[in-house]
Design a protein around this ligand. Sequence first.
Ligand code: AMP
Length: 142
Amino acid sequence: MTAYDPNNIFAKILRGEMPCHKVYEDEKTICFMDIMPRTDGHALVLPKAPSRNILDIAPEDLAAVMATVQKVARAAMRAFNAEGVTVQQFNESAGGQMVFHTHVHVLPRHSGVALKPHGSGMADPEVLKAHAARLKAALDGA
Ligand code: AMP
């Protein structure tokens, strides 16, 4: 398997070298808004420790990520008045992965509203900021 590249974009965000619309952070994980959202409220949950994906992540980091995914999914239901949540995670290029630091997508869903294509248009930063604030408020009120 290819080695972890410490210059991937999420590693840069974790080191504070690139900005993000942060929603949540704890000792082992961070959550921020996806810059090309497939739905309103599309968020990503990452382990802070380096790993490419599910194939090399340490089980304790994976467990921490999934605990945060559950928190964010529950908050997303309230924050976006969602009827459901889709959780997605891609592994290696053949598996649809584009950024090689483990991350899980949390997508609030509404009946009859299709997901936009993966990796399509960039969102307005003001919209991402507002959605991050909504999700954060729901998490804080949890
Ligand atoms: P994938 O690796 O296939 O799960 O896709 C990577 C995801 O990261 C896509 O949904 C992108 O929109 C998202 N993304 C790429 N760059 C950034 C960034 N700087 N901040 C937030 N999300 C990003």
